[in-house]
Design a protein around this ligand. Structure first.
Ligand code: SF4
Length: 345
């Protein structure tokens, strides 16, 4: 089968002890059955420690929500004691993601990880393919719809990756392509209309994000603080546009083909557009952002939205009902945020 992935993923390396926001903190870590069986057989003191640290199929986190095997140096005791092959599935794979479609497997590394976010923002988005042994993991889907969506996603990626096409035009064309594909799927189009004005719509989007379920307790106060600064914040710097193009490509590649299973191509295209619109406002509120700042903000956004299933589902639902998420409103916000108001164009 074919394995398709953005080229930068081949260079992904976990930075372990140097990571400022380790994925071994703040997340519940589920242990798969195969790892649980391996851990049950580990002998000696370390085996005892392993078994005493597992409850209801997960590692028991410390009071400050660290994995009990994350040591002072930011390294994993299971990895150092038993080797990489002893990690449970989620720890071995994170931040990689995969999706299967018949004889095609797609995958990449997620934006929620510091090292991966820096790769995503710094490298041009180029897809690579290789032959791999067949894996039977795909669900049932319509071949004709698959071809149509693949063509639509290619057109969307071509638009956002084309530096000669203004970013505002590229993002609006992503929404148009998705709306056309959605008509083919024949799920009723969203019933929302345009919101009153860009300023009100962006304020409503910030309110909406500040009401999602937080992963990190500092996130909501940060979003609320940015909402207050938004009106007086400087224009977006043109130097951030290449990063935003790559973030848009990440979301489109990762999510649009999922619609072969659930039919929500417009929702996934809106997720990409809303994500870059929101991240761009966070850049504006920060003022001068270094590359590391831009990657860090995108990483935090990803962790709080796409890495919380409940939040992603909530957003997809609101895209179809709230006027401030209508296609026309998003296009107006895109024109305002990435059109002539960008500083340095
Ligand atoms: S978030 Fe990424 S870089 Fe940090 S510890 Fe996890 S995998 Fe490694």
């Amino acid at each position: 089968m074919i394995y398709r992935t953005p080229g930068y993923c081949r260079d992904f390396r976990c930075i372990a002890g140097n990571c400022k926001d380790s994925c071994c903190k703040g997340w519940e870590i589920d242990i798969d059955d195969a790892a649980a069986r391996r851990y049950a057989e580990v002998k000696g003191e370390f085996g005892e420690r392993l078994r005493n640290s597992i409850r209801d199929g997960s590692f028991v986190l410390t009071e400050d929500e660290r994995c009990p095997f994350l040591n002072e140096k930011g390294l994993c005791d299971i990895y150092t004691e038993l080797g990489k092959e002893s990690l449970c599935h989620i720890c071995a794979e994170h931040p990689r993601y995969f999706e299967w479609f018949g004889t095609v497997k797609e995958g990449g590394t997620g934006l929620c990880c510091e090292a991966s976010a820096q790769l995503i923002l710094s490298r041009p988005f180029v897809l690579c393919e290789e032959e791999i042994p067949f894996e039977e993991a795909a669900g049932d889907y319509d071949d004709e719809l698959f071809s149509l969506l693949l063509e639509a996603r290619t057109a969307m990626l071509d638009a956002v990756c084309n530096d000669d096409m203004p970013f505002s035009e590229a993002l609006c064309s992503v929404l148009d392509i998705a709306a056309n594909a959605q008509k083919y799927i024949d799920i009723p189009m969203t019933g929302n209309t345009a919101a009153a004005g860009c300023r009100e719509a962006m304020a409503a989007i910030f309110r909406c994000f500040s009401e999602l379920e937080p992963i990190d307790e500092n996130w909501i106060p940060y979003v609320r603080g940015c909402a207050e600064k938004l009106h007086g914040a400087p224009a977006l710097k043109a130097g951030y546009i290449p990063y935003l193009r790559r973030i848009a490509a990440y979301f489109l590649f990762r999510y649009v083909m999922k619609s072969v299973y659930d039919g929500n191509v417009l929702g996934y295209a809106e997720l990409a557009a809303v994500s870059v619109l929101f991240i761009a406002q966070l850049y504006r509120c920060r003022g001068e952002c270094s590359f590391e700042d831009c990657a860090g903000i995108a990483k935090d956004y990803s962790k709080e939205t796409e890495y919380c299933e409940e939040n992603t589902e909530k957003l997809l639902e609101l895209f179809g009902t709230e006027d401030f998420f209508s296609v026309n409103t998003l296009k107006a916000l895109i024109a305002e945020s990435f059109g002539e108001n960008v500083d340095g164009i």
